[in-house]
Design a protein around this ligand. Structure first.
Ligand code: PMV
Length: 329
């Protein structure tokens, strides 16, 4: 009763920001992302008849709320499989030291798959996505590869809130995301807390929710038509709407750092000089640049000398979660 899964992180083109249900992790609106090849989390789960669940990430044992999130997912799997066994879980990420990417999306997806396979369940992607969502919202978009849309759903129990693949990685293999690392510290305000504060106090939250609908429609159509400029514009709009709504919360949430703004300046200069490149930023200071394969090297060269930039990682559209025999333990 041991299984190992490998999953990749994803970066949202149209952001998820704000929950309608904190416990079940149900979003107010849909979102659209690209799964990133080259970066991965590998998670092994073994079920046993010992006294308790244990979990570790990159050798660090989890406790408190972090462990509780893992146990919550394990409980959902145990209920489904009719098992009472406890679990040992260990996860290893291969993100380059300075990737500056939250491992939660890849980790949540790998955990959902490994736990259900260890329990003997063969769940369809939608069910795995729902399980992953319960660990970390954005993780539901890492079950499948390529480009995925998280359907917000309307059901109170979350059974219709999962991610579906809009297009596989083969749809647009030339797409690239350049992750620009400006800072490696843990973010000041967690996305969980920041979302809650935005929903409760930001006067722009409703406007944000309205924008998502238009951006999502436009981004999806552009993605399917391989219209890079329209997709890039929708991606930037979604990023700024999310950050504006967060900035207007009380107390304000501001993730951008001087180096982030310097990269933004550089992106505008590159675009003015005819290089097609667009930017998005998650709940942190590290910009992610959207570009096409042929331009990636030139873009990396032009952001690497921006003061405050520590490094870059280039990723292409990645695969969905998969089984592997390379166990972590
Ligand atoms: O799923 P979480 O709690 O890691 O939140 C993700 C929030 C953003 O990365 C900012 C947006 C997104 O859609 O991934």
């Amino acid at each position: 009763m041991k299984a190992t899964a490998i999953a990749h992180p994803n970066i949202a083109l149209v952001k998820y920001w704000g929950k309608r249900d904190e416990e079940l992790i149900l979003p107010h609106a849909g979102s659209l992302s690209m799964t990133l090849e080259g970066l991965s989390a590998t998670t092994t789960v073994e079920l046993h008849d010992g006294p308790e669940d244990t979990a570790q990430i990159d050798g660090r044992p989890l406790a408190g709320p972090e462990l509780a999130r893992v146990v919550k997912l394990l409980d959902a799997v145990r209920t489904r499989a009719g098992l009472r066994l406890r679990a040992r879980m260990a996860s290893q990420t291969d993100f380059p030291n300075a990737a500056g990417l939250a491992s939660s999306a890849a980790g949540g997806a790998a955990l959902a798959a490994a736990a259900s396979w260890a329990a003997g369940l063969e769940l369809p992607p939608t069910d795995l996505s729902i399980l992953a969502r319960g660990n970390s919202g954005s993780a539901c978009r890492s079950i499948q590869g390529g480009f995925c849309e998280w359907l917000p759903g309307i059901a109170a129990d979350g059974t219709d809130s999962y991610a579906v693949q809009v297009a596989p990685e083969s749809h647009w293999p030339q797409m690239r995301m350049v992750v620009v690392i400006c800072e490696q510290h843990k973010k000041k305000v967690s996305s969980r807390e920041a979302m809650r504060r935005t929903v409760e106090t930001s006067p722009y939250f409703e406007a944000w929710a309205r924008c998502v609908r238009t951006d999502l429609k436009e981004a999806k159509a552009a993605l399917l038509a391989r219209d890079f400029a329209t997709l890039g514009e929708a991606t930037e709009r979604s990023c700024w709407c999310m950050h504006a709504a967060a900035m207007a919360a009380s107390p304000s949430i501001f993730y951008l750092r001087p180096a982030t703004l310097a990269v933004l300046d550089r992106v505008e200069a590159m675009r003015a000089s005819g290089l097609p490149v667009y930017l998005t930023i998650d709940a942190g200071p590290n910009p992610v640049l959207l570009c096409l394969e042929g331009d990636a090297a030139a873009i990396v060269a032009r952001v690497e000398d921006v003061p405050g930039v520590l490094g870059t990682t280039v990723a292409s559209p990645g695969r969905g979660v998969a089984r592997t025999e390379h166990h972590v333990f």
